[in-house]
Design a protein around this ligand. Sequence first.
Ligand code: AMP
Ligand code: MG
Length: 322
Amino acid sequence: MPSVLEPSNVSLKVAAQALREGRAVAFPTETVYGLGALTLDPRGISEVYRLKWRPSNNPLIAHVLDGRAARALVDDWDPRCDELSSRLWPGPLTLVLRRRPGVPAEAVGGRDTIAVRSPSHPVARRLLEELGGAAISAPSANRSGHVSPTVARHVVEDFASERDLIVIDGGRSEFGLESTVLDLSGRRPVLLRPGTVTLESLRSILGEVDAPTITEQGASPGTAARHYAPRTPAARVPTSGVSAALAKEQRPCAVLCFDPAQVPAPHTAIGMPRDARLYASALYDALRSADTLGCARILVEMPPSSDGLWRAVVDRLTRATA
Ligand code: AMP
Ligand code: MG
C-alpha cells in the first residue's frame, strides 16, 4: 500500500525531497488529486507515466505557484494570460501555451506546447513553496482511463500495489472535476476541456472562445470520447427517464439519479444533488461507489441543463458512459 501522510510540515518536506530525488508523489488539489513529478526532471516524469500506465503522448499539466513561474515555462505569455491569471489564478483554469525549449519533451508528451495551471489548494501551494517555486507536472492520480480521485482513499485504491508511493491527504477536493483547459497557442482560443471555470466566464473575459464538441476533441490526447470511466458498463438515461429505463433492466443496476425514491429493489440508488457545484464534487465518489456494488450496469440520469458548470458535468458523464 502507498503511505498516506497528513499534510504536516514534516510530510511536505519528505514529499519535496522525494520529488527532488526523481520520484512521483500524489497530492491534493482543488480539482482532483494529482500524481506529480518535477517538470524539469525527466526521471520523475517517466515515473508518473509508468505508475499511471499513461500513454507517453498524453501530455501533463504543469502546476505552478503563479504567473511568474508559468512564464518560465512558456514562450508566448501575452496580455490575455495576464488578464486570465490575475482574475482566475490560483484556481481550476489550465492554459495551453507554446513551451520553452528548456522544458523536456517528456513532460509534454512530445508536444511543442505546455499546459500550465496555478492550483489554489493550500497543500498543493505549500508543496510548491517547499520546492522553491519549481513546477510540478501532474496528471490526475488514477490509473489511466479510470475515474479521477477526489479523496486520498481513491488514490490508494488505484495504486494499492505501489508501496513506495507517498500520498499527501488534503481532504476532499473542493470542486471534484478536472480543470478547465483553454488552448491559447493557436489563432483563436479553444476550450479543450470544460471545467469549473465556465465557457461563459471565459467568453466574458476574452470575447470569442471556440468550443469543439466531444467527438472533435479527440484531437487533444486525454480528451478522447471514452475517459474518466468506471469499470462497470455505464449508460445515460434522459432526465426524468429513470423508471422507464429500469423497466427494461433484468439485472440489478446502480442508478445515479436526482430522486432515489424512483428506484425499486433490486436496484441501488445513489442520490445526486440538484445543484451543479455539489453534483460535480460528488460525481467521482458516486461513480467509484457504484463500481463497487457488483451491479450489471450503472445508469446515470442526465442533468436538466448543459449550461455553465453543468457543461463540465455533462462532458464527464458523456465520457464515462461512452
Ligand atoms: P489530466 O491531468 O489527467 O487531467 O490530463 C491533462 C489533460 O490536459 C490532457 O489529457 C490534455 O487533455 C490536456 N493537456 C495537457 N497538456 C496539453 C497540451 N500541451 N496540449 C493540449 N492539451 C493538453
Ligand atoms: Mg486524468
